[in-house]
Design a protein around this ligand. Structure first.
Ligand code: DX5
Ligand code: ZN
Length: 223
């Protein structure tokens, strides 16, 4: 089976919001493959970040793929707005509404890549009947809402289960929450190929070195 490329997607949740555009440019120049954009509504998760207008304002700062993680419920009424504001990949939570299949069709019909995120307690089996609609599965390795939390080790088995469900299809497996250079190797070995990282990239001043450390650790273990 062909190995999928390893991609690093820095989460701007951990960036300095007072200079968000510069932070996105620095992450891009530092070697980010994608830019991870965490949208929170204070309802689905206990925190509020920003919406489509803020995302649109940083669209001009990079040509890298905008990896938009919607932690909002309902999501459907906002999909077109995020698509128009420059999202490339839109990920909704399986727990965010009763009609996941409809949400996935809506994202596809907007011409965007389609992702589903799973909270730590949600089994991979919820994806069995929508798997052929997906470009990406996002395994949350913390409970969503905040940056800087610790990786939940029980999620490694879930990554393996997601990999088994994907069964060679053209679907990325992304991991989000508590990713560092110390655990990146183990995460990739379990089957993930897209690593989101917030605090471990936007710490200190040298984002390039932080991204490289994760990439080197992950590459050493990639299968
Ligand atoms: C958490 C967000 C994550 C967050 C990760 O709800 O979805 O993307 O930014 O932050 P770290 O890497 O600090 O755990
Ligand atoms: Zn996220």
């Amino acid at each position: 089976m062909k190995t999928r490329p390893l991609l690093i997607s820095p989460s701007i949740l951990a960036a300095d919001f007072s200079k968000l555009g510069e932070e996105v440019i620095a992450a891009d120049k530092g070697g980010a493959d994608w830019i991870h954009i965490d949208v929170m509504d204070g309802h689905f998760v206990p925190n509020i970040t920003f919406g489509a207008p803020v995302m649109q304002s940083i669209r001009k700062c990079t040509t890298k793929l905008f990896d938009v993680h919607l932690m909002i419920s309902p999501a459907d009424p906002y999909l077109a707005q995020f698509a128009a504001a420059g999202a490339d990949l839109i990920t909704v939570h399986a727990e965010a509404g009763p009609h996941l299949d409809r949400s996935l069709q809506a994202i596809r019909s907007l011409g965007k890549k389609v992702g589903v995120a799973l909270n730590p307690a949600t089994p991979v089996s919820v994806l069995e009947h929508v798997i052929d609609r997906l470009d990406l599965i996002l395994i949350m390795t913390v409970n969503p809402g905040f940056g800087g939390q610790s990786f939940i080790p029980a999620m490694l088995e879930k990554i393996r289960q997601a990999k088994a469900l994907v069964a060679g299809r053209n679907i990325d497996i992304e991991v989000d929450g508590g990713v560092t250079a110390d655990n990146a190797g183990t995460i990739v070995k379990a089957g993930a190929n897209v690593l989101v990282a917030g605090s471990s990239i936007f710490k200190g001043a040298d984002y390039a070195a932080n991204i490289k450390a994760i990439r080197v650790a992950a590459t050493a273990m990639s299968v």
